[in-house]
Design a protein around this ligand. Structure first.
Ligand SMILES: *[C@@H]1O[C@H](CO)[C@@H](O)[C@H](O)[C@H]1NC(C)=O
Ligand SMILES: *[C@@H]1O[C@H](CO)[C@@H](O)[C@H](O)[C@H]1NC(C)=O
Ligand SMILES: *[C@@H]1O[C@H](CO)[C@@H](O)[C@H](O)[C@H]1NC(C)=O
Ligand SMILES: *[C@@H]1O[C@H](CO)[C@@H](O)[C@H](O)[C@H]1NC(C)=O
Ligand SMILES: *[C@@H]1O[C@H](CO)[C@@H](O)[C@H](O)[C@H]1NC(C)=O
Ligand SMILES: *[C@@H]1O[C@H](CO)[C@@H](O)[C@H](O)[C@H]1NC(C)=O
Ligand SMILES: *[C@@H]1O[C@H](CO)[C@@H](O)[C@H](O)[C@H]1NC(C)=O
Length: 543
């Protein structure tokens, strides 16, 4: 009932009128919708909930995605409600049967157009996330004449459990992404899209996913450009350490007699025969689940070290546009009290500033490194608990900014790289946390300047709308021309966004005004690099 009501309400807001529209795929016929959202008053066609892989249920649990079976009759592709199991968030209709995608096209679907295609991967720390709910539409992108594809991939244990051998090699979620990209190659022409002009884009864990697809030999040729918003494969949280221990831990949560000395086959057999909800119930005990480096085998998504392959050019060499928001961890300070108590751990023990990915086991050395890290942000006598802004800077650098800048720094020797910092702060960003002296833009805020998230934009300041138009234009220019500023454009203040070259780490600062800057986040980044070079175990895996 609620669902129906919600649908009626949404339809009222976003659709002036609807009309059926059919496409015949190799798998069967689908019927989409013709929509004209008020935010743009421009008609486009959407196909929601197209199955792109066989439901990964039964003995397909923990297996790579398999081809979907053909269907008879017409599949009504008018809702994208399917939701993969979300770690730590019970949702009634969440299911293992969740591998569906959505296509949005500005032209009447047919093979007579060949528009550039944007394929988007959502974030959610590899444990949560879904392709757009109804109110988040790509209407602004339709206006720019690109075809947009969004899709679900498995997250949490169903997407990332691994026995660290060939029994459950892991990375099922990343393999779903690759499978969706293959679907795009085979089908997107039927919607007026050009399979040779695909750009892969993602945010947060989706951005880390984009860089994993760059690093995956199996994804070669599936996209010709990549956009990463606020994440990379070098982020500590984007790499799962001790995956097998976690897998056995889950089994033991369900059946305490299931011991660590059982074989991987027994584990697979056991976990394949319990209800999905039993696995779901245990998963939030583990703040884990992320990609792994698979043992080398046919079908592995990645089995090399991320850092090394980015450094030595062993990846899919396509132009890349990536960057971060000016204060990624700003939301951590939303509740001052809990943030203050969280950062007290640093004051109590500076070793807690040192991330796992430095692989420093010696306790004395760890303390010295912790002191060095503190020095980037604070004076010796200062406490993190008294310096909440500096604590936010540390947290954001450690989780996001350092590994993003480093990934880009490594690959810019091999491909065209456009780097940005998103610094513009306005009400559209949806964040009201402000701390003097640090950046103003929190994680994910930039996405509100790209997708439709409101029914009406009248109440937002002109500078917000201008920034939205600029962000959409820069990114869709890149999708279309592999260059975010191909011509002088008044909207873009006639600026030319230069590539970050070997000698100059140039980047675009997206603030009220656009400007070209050098060496992103230099005040802390250059010091982090010194600390990693001197202290972290080599070869680096993440960074
Ligand atoms: C779309 O049309 C409606 C009704 O005519 C109008 O109120 C609205 O301002 C238009 N929106 C845009 C973005 O032009
Ligand atoms: C595993 O370890 C338990 C207790 O440590 C032992 O009782 C059991 O026999 C072992 N099982 C196997 C298959 O080795
Ligand atoms: C990069 O390193 C990997 C792993 O050592 C190796 O397999 C690959 O050949 C190297 N590629 C280049 C271009 O040096
Ligand atoms: C550290 O102390 C110096 C000199 O007293 C001061 O200028 C600086 O702002 C302090 N730094 C921080 C992060 O508080
Ligand atoms: C951009 O260039 C055009 C043509 O030279 C000029 O008319 C316009 O004022 C410039 N816009 C900005 C913001 O500099
Ligand atoms: C943006 O640039 C314009 C023109 O150079 C200048 O007048 C204005 O002060 C700048 N705004 C900000 C916020 O820097
Ligand atoms: C970057 O920071 C380092 C250390 O603070 C400094 O030595 C260097 O000059 C800075 N580089 C630039 C271009 O600002």
């Amino acid at each position: 009932m609620l669902k129906i009501l919600l649908f009626v309400v949404l339809s009222f807001f976003i659709q002036i009128f609807c009309e059926d529209i059919d496409v015949t795929l190799p798998n069967g016929k689908i019927r989409g919708l013709k929509v004209t959202p008020v935010v743009t008053n421009l008609t486009y066609y959407s196909f929601l909930g197209i199955p792109f892989a066989a439901p990964p249920i039964g003995n397909l649990r923990f297996k790579p995605p398999q081809p979907v079976e053909n269907w008879e009759g017409t599949l009504i592709a008018d809702n994208n409600d399917a939701l993969c199991y979300q770690v730590g968030k019970k949702t009634e209709h969440a299911s293992e049967d969740c591998l569906y995608l959505n296509v949005y096209t500005p032209v009447v679907p047919s093979t007579s157009s060949s528009l550039p295609v944007l394929v988007f991967i959502y974030g959610g720390t590899f444990r949560r996330g879904r392709s757009f709910p109804g109110y988040k539409s790509p209407a602004f992108l339709m206006k720019e004449n690109v075809v947009v594809v969004t899709f679900n991939y498995r997250v949490g244990p169903f997407g990332f459990l691994s026995t660290e051998d060939e029994v459950i090699p892991g990375n099922m979620g990343l393999k779903d992404q690759q499978f969706a990209l293959k679907w795009v190659q085979q089908n997107i022409n039927l919607f007026g899209g050009d399979p040779r002009q695909v750009t892969l884009m993602g945010q947060s864990a989706g951005s880390a996913s984009v860089t994993y697809q760059l690093l995956s030999p199996g994804s070669a040729g599936l996209f010709r450009a990549a956009i990463g918003n606020s994440g990379s494969a070098l982020c500590t949280w984007a790499f799962q350490r001790n995956a097998a221990d976690i897998a056995y831990g889950i089994a033991a949560e369900i059946d305490p007699t299931f011991e660590r000395n059982r074989t991987s086959e027994e584990l697979l057999n056991f976990l394949s025969n319990v209800p999905a909800s039993a696995i779901e119930d245990t998963a939030d005990k583990y703040n884990a689940f992320a990609p792994v480096i698979e043992v080398p085998h046919v079908g592995a998504l990645i089995s090399d070290l991320m850092y090394r392959n980015a450094e030595n050019g062993s990846f899919n060499k396509v132009p890349v546009l990536m960057g971060f928001n000016s204060e990624e961890a700003l939301m951590m300070a939303e509740k001052t009290g809990s943030w203050r108590s969280y950062v007290r751990q640093y004051d109590k023990d500076l070793r807690t500033l040192v991330d796992d990915d430095m692989y420093i086991t010696d306790s004395d050395k760890k303390l010295l490194v912790g002191k060095e890290i503190k020095k980037i942000y604070l004076n010796d006598t200062d406490m993190f608990a008294d310096k909440l802004g500096e604590s936010v800077q540390y947290f954001g650098d450690n989780r996001f900014i350092r590994p993003i800048i480093k990934f880009a720094e490594l690959i810019r020797h091999h491909v065209d790289l456009y780097f940005y910092q998103f610094s513009y702060h306005g009400p559209l960003g949806g964040n009201s946390v402000e701390i003097p002296g640090i950046g103003k833009v929190a994680h994910a805020e930039d996405q509100n300047y790209f997708w439709v998230v409101h029914d009406n934009y009248d109440s937002f300041p002109d500078t917000d709308i201008k920034t939205l138009q600029r962000y959409v234009t820069l990114l869709t220019n890149f999708v279309k021309y592999l260059n975010p500023t191909p011509i002088a454009d008044d909207l873009l203040q006639n600026i030319t966004w230069p590539k970050a070259t070997e000698n100059d780490y140039l980047y675009l600062d997206i603030d009220t005004n656009l400007s070209i800057q050098t060496n992103p986040r230099n005040f802390s980044y250059s010091k982090w690099v010194d600390i990693y070079e001197e202290n972290a175990a080599k070869p680096f895996i993440s960074y």
